[in-house]
Write a protein that binds this ligand. Structure first.
Ligand code: PFF
Length: 453
């Protein structure tokens, strides 16, 4: 069962792009990006988020793919291959396995809401309804423990089912069909948003920066979200990179994944904020935002119910192509390092994610008043811990390793898949060696109050 020789590879380059983009594009783009943009005041936040993606996220994505592809092993075992001996750097893999697992546990809760919305939309719950009525649908859902847990569990069963099918059969095949469809539907919603009376206010909110809104916490949210949205710092891109062949051009792959990811997030924002302003909703209302706004758009459209079903189906799929990648990190660890059978590893880990996710699922109802972590519910705490601390820390460690310790100069050509780009290695190396670690350190220290008197 030990990795290297007969290791599966992606069936095609396009398949890899779609699967890696499938990992990147998920609830982070459509659920999280709009609501944290709303909470952090819009334009200036969006700008910092874009900068973090380009200067920090993109180089770290290349580093992770490079490490994985060179090691051809799971996120933990990879480092032993790179160093040629057992090494402490394994902790990066460990950190990734833990973060992606914790992330999966609460991600499944939100994805479960999306499953529920498919059924609600199909039963006409959003047809010709007012904003208040649609709000009530969301409030009713999250306050029902049984309903939330049922969908959280169903989502994990579906995720595990696809992971069981393995890299090619499961992940790659579905991504090819459903990702483009999601993109089309978002385009439709975007045009609809641009024609709505809230279009101007929505555009201004997203693109007119007001730097007075940039608190240290907003900076941390933007940086953390850059990692979250690109699936970095969680071992995912190392694992996915390990299924890539040596000729793959990591620069062009990473650029494409990143651009697709940014586009989907911006489209989602541009679909949602016009509705927020036209319907007089609160942009900073939090995790319910997409569930409270998108049904409003469909409610007033011809064939709205059908389109709403389709939208939440595709959102659920986008979530699944991300959750698959989270589960794959720990599954491939158990398979490559511990010799487990793939099927057993998938089932045990899926079940464990369900149990660990229960307190998050109950955070909106039975445990809403249980706030042992800095006054936060389990859900809020896990969400903040993963995005604002664990992923940036994982990304920081990858950058430090790749920039300072890995003898990567010899592998310059690997970065370009053999193409001649003399500028690429020095630029990439500069970004991972200095810019990325410094940015993470400054933002974290700033949040801890180091730079404020
Ligand atoms: N990038 C995913 C999203 O935006 O929804 C979330 C994610 C997936 C984060 C996989 C980290 C990860 F390893």
């Amino acid at each position: 069962m030990n990795g290297s020789s007969a290791r599966t590879q992606w069936a095609s380059r396009l398949g890899f792009i779609l699967a890696a983009a499938g990992s990147a594009i998920g609830l982070g783009n459509i659920w999280k990006f709009p609501y944290i943009t709303g909470q952090n005041g819009g334009g200036a936040f969006v700008l910092v988020y874009l900068l973090c993606i380009l200067l920090v996220g993109l180089p770290i994505m290349m580093a992770e793919l490079h490490i994985g592809r060179h090691g051809q092993r799971d996120a933990v075992g990879c480092f032993a291959v790179l160093e040629g001996k057992p090494t402490r750097w394994r902790f990066i893999g460990w950190l990734g396995v833990s973060s992606s697992f914790l992330l999966l546990s609460f991600y499944a809760v939100v994805a479960g809401w999306s499953f529920d919305y498919v059924v609600q939309a199909a039963s006409g719950a959003f047809q010709a309804r007012s904003a208040e009525e649609i709000n009530a649908v969301f409030a009713q859902l999250v306050s029902s423990p049984g309903q939330v847990v049922f969908w959280q569990g169903s989502f994990l069963v579906a995720t595990a089912g696809i992971v069981l099918g393995g890299v090619r059969g499961g992940i790659e095949r579905w991504s090819k069909i459903l990702m483009p469809l999601l993109f089309l539907l978002l385009l439709l919603l975007f045009f609809r948003g641009m024609l709505s009376p809230g279009a101007k206010a929505g555009l201004e909110f997203m693109f007119r920066p007001d730097f007075s809104k940039l608190t240290p916490a907003a900076l941390l949210d933007a940086l953390g979200h850059a990692f979250f949205t690109l699936s970095l710092g969680a071992g995912t891109m190392i694992t996915y990179g390990s299924y890539l062949d040596r000729q793959a051009d990591l620069l062009s792959l990473s650029v494409r994944i990143t651009l697709l990811d940014i586009m989907v997030a911006l489209l989602a924002g541009l679909a949602i904020f016009p509705v927020v302003f036209a319907a007089g909703l609160e942009p900073g209302s939090g995790p319910g935002l997409v569930f409270q706004t998108i049904p409003i758009v469909f409610s007033a459209m011809p064939f709205g119910s059908v389109l709403a079903v389709l939208f939440f189906l595709l959102l659920s799929f986008a979530a699944m192509s991300s959750s698959i990648s989270m589960l794959e990190v720990s599954v491939s660890y158990l398979v490559d390092e511990k010799g487990w059978r793939r099927g057993l590893a998938t089932m045990v880990l899926g079940l464990a994610a369900f149990v660990i996710g229960l307190p998050s699922a109950l955070s909106f109802n039975l445990l809403a008043d249980v706030t042992p972590f800095f006054g936060q519910t389990f859900f809020d705490f896990a969400n903040a811990l993963v995005s604002s601390y664990l992923l940036p820390l994982g990304g920081f460690s990858v950058a430090v390793y790749a920039g300072w310790f890995w003898k990567g100069e010899r592998l310059q050509d690997e970065l370009s898949g053999g193409k001649i780009r003399p500028w690429l290695y020095p630029l990439w190396h500069f970004l991972v060696k200095y810019v990325a670690p410094a940015a993470v350190a400054v933002v974290l220290l700033n949040q801890m109050g180091w730079f404020t008197p």
